[in-house]
Design a protein around this ligand. Sequence first.
Ligand SMILES: C[S@@+](CC[C@H](N)C(=O)[O-])C[C@H]1O[C@@H](n2cnc3c(N)ncnc32)[C@H](O)[C@@H]1O
Length: 282
Amino acid sequence: MTAQPNNPPYIDGLLQRLANGDSRTAAAFSRHVHWGYWEEPPRAVCTPEEYGEAAEHLCRVLCNTAGIDDGMRIVDVGCGFGGTIASLSERFGQLQLVGVNIDPRQLERAAELVRPCGINSIEFVQADAARIPLDDSSCDVVLAVESVFHFDRAAFVAEASRLLAPGGNLTLSDFVPSERAAEYLDAIDFSADEAVQWSYGEIDLTCSLDRYRELAKANGLRLTKAMDVTENTLPTYKFLAASASDWPKSREVELFTRATSLLEKASRKGMLGYQVLRFEKH
Ligand SMILES: C[S@@+](CC[C@H](N)C(=O)[O-])C[C@H]1O[C@@H](n2cnc3c(N)ncnc32)[C@H](O)[C@@H]1O
């Protein structure tokens, strides 16, 4: 399997494990590639099957926040294996769904696995999040489920606003630093950390809510909802640590474990929140 430029390294590992028939990976990540959401985190048992359900739950939290309903045109940017598109197609019967990703391998998998239900239409498009080949004002909802930290955020917010019809919304999930965290996060400098780069690739975890408000304002959008769901996502770390301890020992696994534990520490200290954000187009 050839690694693709601009593609996060964890996707390579995931595709490799799926190709090798790794059942734990298949149960947890066959359609969603993001953190899980647990209504009652202390009761999480973190089996792969439960993780898959928790990932579906997070996807539904975003889609519900976006207020998706039949008749809408939805674009999911950084769509991964098409899990959110699949979930929407199962829950609704009359949506126009477009999944966008930079990586053709993920789109190939999505196109194989995701079929439209009802009279939904589904299209997968290879493009960068900052240059999406769709018309101005052609969508009601733009989604970005845990992918925006890979993008040029400012360019993406401008692009999402261009795509949205008036009254439409951009709903995304992201790791958002708390206002008091700037110093702490500068000291850690996630993006320069070798383990983080090796495992998660180029990521930017420095966009605070204030910065998001500025980006929104500059692009004709308004932040209308910010839900901090950090607590609900924390069992993700237990699951990822258990998964990594199952994999054969290697430098890659060691770096993944270190990078993920950095993220966990920052989240548990309240420095980095997992937020679901909704922006409305004027
Ligand atoms: C954590 S995964 C989330 C995938 C999917 N949203 C999900 O929730 O299952 C981040 C995704 O963003 C994609 N991505 C990274 N940079 C991108 C870019 N510049 N344009 C489009 N997609 C990108 C990656 O290939 C990956 O599929």
